[in-house]
Design a protein around this ligand. Sequence first.
Ligand code: SAM
Length: 257
Amino acid sequence: MGSSDDYVAVNRETWTKANAEYTDRSAHDDWAEEEITWGMARALESELHVLPDFRGQDVVELGCGTGFFGAWLKRRGAHRLVGVDVTPAQLETARRTNDEFGLGLEFVEANAEETGLPDASFDLAISVYGASIWCDPYKWIPEAARLLRPGGELVFLRNSTLAILCATEEGPTSETLQRPQRGLHRLEWEAPDEGVEFQLGHGDWVRLLRANGFELLDLIELFADENTPDHTHYTFSREWAEKWPFEEIWRARLQRR
Ligand SMILES: C[S@@+](CC[C@H](N)C(=O)[O-])C[C@H]1O[C@@H](n2cnc3c(N)ncnc32)[C@H](O)[C@@H]1O
């Protein structure tokens, strides 16, 4: 493992392992899903209507993993879908599944904080538990702004700040605060192989988005309900998440300069 200062290498190692343990195995079924759903909540896009009309649009997914979210958009008419990920094993699964489904996505191996893709080349940037939690927001938000055309949108899903403040090292999320919000930025859990995450409070997110030319369009907080499936990998309590939001989706538009 790289030094934890080299969080990109640490996270690449975490996701190489996750690929061998479960993401490669579930990729086919994830790509084949009929509905666009959000996060562990499996909230239906057909009910939430978070995404702008992406038909005919150029889309980049930052931290695409095995590529299933982008596949859902490409199948529904996105013009170009470029998935960026830093973990070769995840991209290998994504490319193999793309060949199997014949959807014509493109994949780029790169750190989503500095993709090397051209300026102003996309209409929509998305991230679902990708760059949105594994990259430093002070690096990936400016990169997303650079990649978008003026008027383009950024939509990303992350854990809610409240869930992060109440998360315990082992066992379900607590109803009491476990860590301060002041200084919230880089998070390393005690359990091995959990990688290095980045999380901010809401005020910091708003200021960061605005500083990079984004206008905030929406912040959708997701709760669990009786239909929320149990999730085998992450620890969260449905009882907690029925009362408090455990995931959230941010939608912002890059202002025309
Ligand atoms: C949870 S997966 C996201 C895929 C999918 N949307 C999902 O919800 O399962 C997280 C992905 O982020 C990628 N990742 C972590 N750090 C990254 C970085 N610096 N640049 C690009 N991708 C990164 C990992 O390789 C992994 O494939």
